[in-house]
Design a protein around this ligand. Structure first.
Ligand SMILES: [Zn+2]
Length: 128
């Protein structure tokens, strides 16, 4: 396990992964990515999401970030998040506890009903 130190992270990654920020919608590099591979945590390299679980978000408010309908088993943790006047479920990397984004249950556009809304900056795609 090789977790990057805070001073090794880019400003943008530090803001999201360490301070629970959110990148601007449609600004991330993986929003429209279709390549096959494994999305790893950009802080520690933990494999988080398979490209097979990625889908195009159609629910307003959840569009503009990479969307997945499942995570790789035992790769992420969930935490209740009541910030910004909303009740949401935060998704963090199980290995380094980096903030990744949120998961929404019962989303109409997610095949499994679970819509993982993840910041591109937290992901590092290892192409097949
Ligand atoms: Zn991590």
């Amino acid at each position: 396990m090789d977790i990057k130190k805070d001073e090794e992270l880019s400003q943008e990654l530090k803001k999201v992964a360490r301070q629970k920020g959110t990148e601007a919608p449609f600004s991330g590099k993986y929003v429209h990515e279709k390549a096959a591979g494994t999305y790893k945590c950009s802080v520690c390299g933990n494999p988080l999401f398979s490209s097979e679980k990625k889908f195009d978000a159609t629910v307003p408010g959840l569009q503009g970030w990479p969307s997945f309908d499942d995570a790789i088993p035992w790769s992420v943790e969930f935490r209740p998040d009541d910030s910004e006047g909303m009740q949401r479920t935060e998704v963090v990397c199980m290995q380094c506890k980096a903030h990744l984004g949120h998961v929404f249950e019962g989303a109409a556009d997610a095949p499994s009903g679970k819509h993982y809304c993840i910041n591109s900056v937290c992901l590092d795609l290892e192409r097949k």
